[in-house]
Ligand binder design. Sequence first.
Ligand code: FE2
Length: 199
Amino acid sequence: MGQKDSSNQYETDLLHSFVLSEFSAPKKFPNEFHPFLKNEWQLLIEQVRSIELNIIKNLPIPGLEAFYHGAIGHMISCNFYPKVDKSQSINLRLSKHVDVSLFTVFVFGASEGFAFQNLKNETQVLALTDNIIIFPGYLLEFLTNGKYKALEHQVDFLNPHRERYSFAFFSLPKPNLTLKFMDRTFTSEAYFKNYLSLF
Ligand SMILES: [Fe+2]
């Protein structure tokens, strides 16, 4: 929180975040996470993949399913929004942004405060839910040249005195790949650079 040199989070954002992923060897994560990574991670990823593939199979985007199988891996962003004195802050707990992912999946539903830009370009509040939430990220917009827009979203201050958690799975290009989609060829790193230029 308050980190000045984050490449993808604003200094004013009021959350602590850590990331687990399949892109680093499990032993590189703290010991506390090893049982989870050994026993539960793979099952969770398989479930997230099946949710995403269900949607991909129903989207009229030629080649997307093959791209997903060849290029996509997962990370989870685990976010803790502590109680705050709202007077310290600006309007939002988390600034409006789009995610780097093809899709973002909230496996545990959404706590109060999540809001998004709807099709009328109004900010719409998502009701508290235990249902799984999935929405498109910037990779889908990038691959389809803007035909499918990434969902802009933010976290509002509905109750600054209540702490908040979110667990977001991101489907991302695996590192160090040369990727082909339709008539374009690009590296994973070029994609990430393109995304970070939004900030
Ligand atoms: Fe996000």
